[in-house]
Design a protein. Sequence first.
Length: 147
Amino acid sequence: MIVDSKSRGAALRQSTGRSGRSTGPGRRLDPQGGGGRDEAQIAGSADFDRQVALLKALADPLRWRIVNLLADEQLCVCHLTEMLHATQPLVSHHLRVLRETGLLDSERSSYWTYYRLRPEALAIFSEELAALVGRAPAGTDKRKPCR
């Protein structure tokens, strides 16, 4: 039986979760116990899925460059291909990923589609990162003892 890569990928995500690893209820994100919340609690939230998708989108160097360019002005694909020295299909793919995460808006103007950064999306993520930094223990505070 021949299985295409899309079917195989969908089956993997369905059986193991997005990351491709088992997400059983007892599994922890941090091998040392990481704050007492297990992976099932954290990974079960919509916020977690959104944050992971956003981090994945921003982790790509070309997407990060696109975000930086769009922070200054609205651009269309033709501008981005010239500025990034990348092909149109590649730039369009990365724009789609950024749009799907909610980081970009697009607006049709005649024949062209202009893209702009959604600062409120980055502001929300920035607040979430600041809250994470605020929760992080300093030094040896909140050290979970080993068994």
